[in-house]
Write a protein that binds this ligand. Structure first.
Ligand code: ADP
Ligand code: NA
Length: 339
């Protein structure tokens, strides 16, 4: 098999939550730990994406450090993976511009995430921002600038990856060369984790209610209390029916993906095993499993986040390597375009 380059990113807009971990970050670590020596792994804290929504500058700077500490805490190894802040590598924004000259505004307008993010606006103030609209073009640039062959993402990002492939193919056709590599999507095996308070919405950093998500920094007690107050329903017993019982099914999904030792083959089978439990007992089981997942991460995080000098050194080294990686593609792109 030809050498692989794996790329993925996360916004440094707060402490990552259980959905980020089960849906994406855990897979980043697995890919790293199972990678052969000719695989390049590149993971970015995508701060340029973060500013598509207005951020407090001081807060954002802090979150960037915290997020880097978290990537180390979950098990990314800077000796093995290139870990960097997106804005330290100007080629991301530069390639975005070049791709923007090819990208269809009609296609961008039909993206699900764009529609979701702008659907509830009262005054249209965000909708009018070009950066939020063209966000998928920057995502495409992130991946293509490093010649990524494989991109691990959650289900919510699959559409954006398809767009990146179309941009790559369109560019290659326009300039008659195989300059950009259309990447493969590695969809996370975990289902989308939903909000604990509004189980018809995905768990997200941006939801107002802090009880809607479990953070990777939450204490054991906070985890238990958030799960205890999770919205369920008044149907009898335990069953896995995401349409009819989104809250209970989300708890089963969380349990299913949290328990390394669970030997059941599906969520439905797992629900059948637990059919005799009360909702209260189900929540206790789920809380125990989640506490086991988060505790070691939280403990590692607490030691990394205090060591600012090490975090700065890792970010600098990651930026140096990512600049070099991006330069290879940019040389070919500029030559192809005539720049
Ligand atoms: P958020 O939506 O919370 O701001 P990001 O957009 O930074 O998170 O996403 C980082 C990664 O986490 C992406 O690969 C995304 O697919 C994944 N992800 C985000 N929310 C969830 C969720 N609720 N369930 C599963 N995966 C998720
Ligand atoms: Na998101």
């Amino acid at each position: 098999t030809p050498p692989r380059t794996i790329f993925s990113g996360i916004q440094p807009t707060g402490v990552p939550h259980l959905g980020n971990y089960l849906g994406a970050l855990r897979q980043w670590v697995k890919l790293q730990d199972e990678a052969s020596s000719d695989t390049t792994l590149i993971y970015s804290l995508v701060d340029l994406h973060a500013i598509t929504i207005r951020q407090d500058p001081k807060q954002l700077r802090q979150w960037k450090k915290d997020s880097l500490a978290m990537l180390l805490a979950i098990g990314l190894d800077p000796q093995r993976s290139i870990i960097f802040h997106q804005s330290d590598v100007p080629a991301h924004a530069e390639l975005m511009w070049i791709l923007s000259c090819q990208a269809s505004t009609g296609y961008l307008g039909r993206m699900t995430q764009w529609k979701d993010k702008t659907a509830n606006e009262k005054d249209g103030s965000e909708k009018s921002k070009l950066g939020l609209f063209s966000y998928p073009v920057l995502q495409a640039a992130d991946v293509l600038v490093h010649g990524a062959t494989h991109v691990p993402v959650g289900h919510d990002q699959a559409q954006h990856l398809e767009f990146a492939r179309q941009l790559a193919n369109g560019f290659n056709e326009a300039y008659g060369k195989n300059v950009l590599m259309p990447p493969e999507t590695l969809i996370s095996p975990a289902k989308r984790i939903m909000s604990l308070t509004e189980p018809d919405k995905k768990m997200s950093k941006s939801h107002a209610n802090p009880k809607s998500r479990i953070l990777l920094t939450d204490s054991d007690d906070v985890i238990r209390s958030k799960i205890k107050s999770a919205v369920t329903d008044s149907y009898e017993g335990i069953s896995y029916e995401p349409e009819r019982r989104p809250g209970v099914s989300n708890l089963i999904d969380i349990f299913y993906h949290s328990g390394e030792s669970v030997e059941t083959e599906s969520q439905v089978a797992l629900a059948e095993h637990m059919a005799g439990l009360s909702l209260r007992a189900l929540k206790e089981e789920v809380a125990m499993a989640v506490v086991e997942v988060i505790r070691p991460i939280r403990e590692r995080y607490e030691s990394f986040v205090r060591d600012e000098a090490t975090l700065d050194a890792i970010a600098e080294e990651g930026a140096r390597k990512a600049v070099a990686s991006a330069a290879v593609t940019m040389t070919d792109v500029k030559r192809a375009v005539g720049l």
